[in-house]
Write a protein that binds this ligand. Structure first.
Ligand SMILES: [Zn+2]
Length: 234
């Protein structure tokens, strides 16, 4: 038969443990949501990467189309220049040609820039694929571990509840009714260790006599905070 105080010590440990377990279980969905959001961000980054490459290819085609048009127009202008007779018209045509040449140069630069960016992005595809594959693998691993963890915690919870009920069953009826009403009000904070004549929860001291009673295994309630006491060896 355990003393009241040794039973209380164990009840306190189990009740605190059960509270922590429940908090951990309750955190699960939020943790999962965070991981899902991180995976979703990776999915989007992966899609965006390929979308960017697609857009660069379209851009390159468009720029090359415009370049071809400009070259055709330039050739036409140069033919027209040969047939132009008036000085004013000749100068105007030369201006048009200069303008078209400038545009051609700008387009060639732009195409080169697009090609270089496209090459860089294409070279980065394996890294982007690896990043996405890693993100998916990590999420799968997280799911497996989270399920295992939840299973472990659920089992621990059931075992701890059963053990708590068993120990609470050893309390004498008068102690048990007081115990129940304090636990109902305070939960795991219904109990506290006492060490060196001090309640460890509220840090208020007690008389040597009361402390000795607790050490002797008697059922005592802290006169300051109302917690049921058990001795903690110094
Ligand atoms: Zn206290």
């Amino acid at each position: 038969m355990p003393t009241v105080t040794s039973a209380l010590r164990e009840c306190h440990r189990l009740r605190v443990h059960l509270r922590e377990l429940q908090a951990e279980i309750d955190r699960g969905p939020r943790v999962r949501k965070g991981r899902e959001e991180a995976l979703e961000a990776e999915r989007k980054a992966h899609l965006d990467y390929h979308d960017h490459i697609r857009k660069l290819k379209v851009q390159q085609r468009e720029q090359e189309g415009t370049l071809k048009e400009t070259e055709t127009r330039l050739a036409k202008l140069e033919l027209q220049l040969n047939e132009t007779v008036g000085h004013k018209e000749y100068t105007a045509k030369q201006h048009e040609i200069e303008h078209a040449k400038t545009k051609k140069g700008e387009l060639e630069d732009a195409i080169l820039a697009t090609i270089m960016e496209l090459e860089e992005k294409t070279a980065g595809i394996p890294a982007a694929e690896k990043r996405w594959a890693d993100a998916q693998a990590e999420f799968s691993q997280f799911q497996i571990e989270a399920a295992e963890r939840l299973e472990r915690m659920t089992q621990d919870q059931a075992a701890s509840k059963a053990e708590l009920a068993r120990i609470e069953g050893t309390l004498a009826p008068d102690v048990k009714s007081t115990y129940d009403s304090i636990v109902k009000a305070k939960g795991p904070d219904a109990l506290s260790g006492a060490k060196n004549r001090v309640c460890l929860a509220c840090r208020i001291g007690m008389t040597e006599g009361r402390f000795e009673e607790v050490r002797g295994g008697s059922f005592l309630i802290c006169s300051s905070c109302g917690r049921m006491l058990y001795p903690v060896e110094s």
